[in-house]
Design a protein around this ligand. Structure first.
Ligand code: ATP
Ligand code: LTN
Length: 343
């Protein structure tokens, strides 16, 4: 049951691939799980965000369930937290419209993720939806009165926009209109890099050889780690600036072994890169083995999974419905006669 006396956390991951990757896990999902004991947590499969990259409908359908199964397999506990599918709670899009009307065009144009993605897509592929993506994300967060938002470093600017919009709502319509959220970014794993291009973040839409998917087989994991780019040096030391490829491997190792990257580097001092890679592959394989098994179990019973998502939808809708009513009323919109009380 949700405990209103606790601070609330909200976060989401897009169903844009069959498997999440190690960046999603270390940068976000692992924090989600850890927060559950201390926060009232709401986690969402953000399928409306995934529409901005025009997915195939059949693939999207499969990936929504697959993503939810992976949240559960990682340790999101549906008895403790709310787990739901974004598009099933219409207040997300309703609140997006209200926020659209207080967001500057220039302000939205400054979002670096939009600039990067639109540069890749070219003029024809860029939609209004892609442009509006950060406003929908702000609506996700504000609709739950979230205090904190656990994410990776790449989302910092989007959370900053959510904060600015909440502050603007409060100054235009009075204190208490919206809660101002804060990003919760775990510095040591804030940005896991592509194994083939250690200057780019590991991304679902990146080069396949640069990614470790959480559902990859041990064979594939070993192959990916063995072929990871490791700069020109031969000495194992923690030097992210000059040896970013090696530093990425050390950071992953450290995060999974519960050590600091400096400690791991010290441990491998005088050893060969190949040595580190073999051990890292083993560590990743063992860390992910139970995750893969549990994901398969959840996916083997789609009716039970849908049941969990339906329970989550009900809880999410109760929160978002009340918060939306409160904000809409402040804008001067006329509430429906039979609408429940505002929060
Ligand atoms: P896409 O490549 O499709 O844009 P993505 O891999 O970035 O997707 P998202 O669904 O956008 O995945 O992100 C989910 C969460 O994972 C976010 O909190 C994001 O900050 C985090 N995340 C994504 N990639 C990394 C990474 N390489 N390192 C750390 N955190 C990451
Ligand atoms: N844009 C985020 C996914 C996302 C999100 C959110 C994260 C959508 N809505 C709300 C935190 C809170 C991303 O990781 N690419």
């Amino acid at each position: 049951m949700l405990d209103v006396s606790r601070l609330r956390a909200f976060s989401g991951i897009q169903p844009t691939a069959d498997s999440l990757h190690l960046g999603n896990y270390l940068g976000a999902l692992r924090q989600w799980v850890a927060l559950q004991d201390d926060y009232d947590c709401v986690y969402s499969v953000v399928d409306l965000h995934a529409l901005t990259v025009s997915p195939d409908p059949a693939a999207l359908r499969t990936r929504v369930r697959a993503t939810a199964a992976q949240f559960l397999a990682a340790g999101v506990n549906p008895e403790q937290s709310v787990l739901f599918v974004q598009s099933q709670v219409p207040e997300h899009t309703q609140l997006t419209w209200l926020l659209n009307c207080i967001t500057g065009f220039g302000e939205a144009s400054r979002m670096t993720q939009f600039k990067d993605k639109s540069a890749k897509l070219g003029d024809k592929g860029v939609t209004v939806g892609l442009f509006d993506y950060p406003v929908l994300m702000a609506a996700d967060i504000l609709a739950y009165d979230a205090n904190v938002v656990p994410v990776g470093e790449d989302q910092r600017q989007h959370i900053e926009l959510s904060r600015d919009l909440a502050i603007r709502l409060n100054s235009r319509f009075g204190e208490g209109t919206a809660r101002v959220p804060e990003a919760l970014i775990m510095q040591s794993t804030a940005r896991i890099y592509d194994l083939q291009d250690p200057k780019a973040k590991m991304s679902k839409t990146g080069h396949p050889a640069g990614i470790i998917e959480l559902l990859d087989s041990p064979k594939v994991i070993t192959k990916r780690i063995k072929s990871a780019v490791t700069d020109s040096g031969t000495v194992i030391k923690w030097d992210p600036k000059n040896q970013p490829g090696l530093a990425n491997l050390l950071a992953i190792y450290a995060a999974l072994a519960g050590q600091t990257p400096e400690e791991v580097a010290q441990q491998y001092c005088g050893k060969l890169y190949g040595h580190l890679k073999v051990d890292l592959a083993e560590l990743v394989i063992e860390a992910l083995r139970p995750f893969r098994e549990r994901t398969a179990e959840y996916l083997a019973d789609p009716a039970a999974l849908d049941g969990l998502l339906e329970e989550g939808r009900e809880k999410a809708a109760a929160i978002a419905g009340a918060v939306y009513a409160r904000i809409a009323e402040r804008f001067g919109l006329t509430p429906r006669a039979n609408r429940g009380p505002a929060a």
